[in-house]
Write a protein that binds this ligand. Structure first.
Ligand code: 5GP
Ligand code: ZN
Length: 112
């Protein structure tokens, strides 16, 4: 979608630290990391958020890629957290569906 930051990252118009990529998804490091590992996984096609009719195949690819990111980053054994913000109350700031993969330190016990 024109003007969408994550579409532009996915098609290479904006540079990013790509961690993993396949036909459906791309994973890149967050610009403002909130943990030693903080990588975003996004579909290459534009969906506003997790509830925007994302096809099952793409949804599966997102979560498989998130696990691949954890292996690549070396946090599969120690553990990691996946978060997807949807809408205003969740604090979504980029309206292109993405999941955060967070790890490399012990996460807070509370989810929020
Ligand atoms: P949200 O708040 O929508 O769940 O997460 C958006 C995330 O995108 C934030 O963690 C923010 O740091 C990250 N972000 C915003 N703009 C860019 C960018 O241009 N490049 C990268 N790599 N991350 C970005
Ligand atoms: Zn987009």
């Amino acid at each position: 979608m024109a003007g969408c930051i994550f579409c532009m990252i996915a098609n290479g118009e904006i540079p990013s630290k790509i961690v993993y990529e396949n036909d459906l998804v791309v994973a890149f490091d967050d610009l403002h990391p909130q943990a030693p590992v903080h990588t975003l996984v996004v579909p290459k096609a534009h969906y506003q958020d997790i509830a925007d009719g994302v096809p099952a195949e793409t949804m599966a690819a997102i979560f498989a890629a998130a696990c691949e990111v954890a292996r690549i980053k070396g946090i599969n054994e120690s553990g990691f957290r996946i978060i997807s913000n949807k809408g205003a109350d969740a604090g979504q700031t980029v309206p292109h569906f993405h999941v955060h993969v967070l790890g490399g330190r012990k996460m807070d016990e509370g989810l929020v």
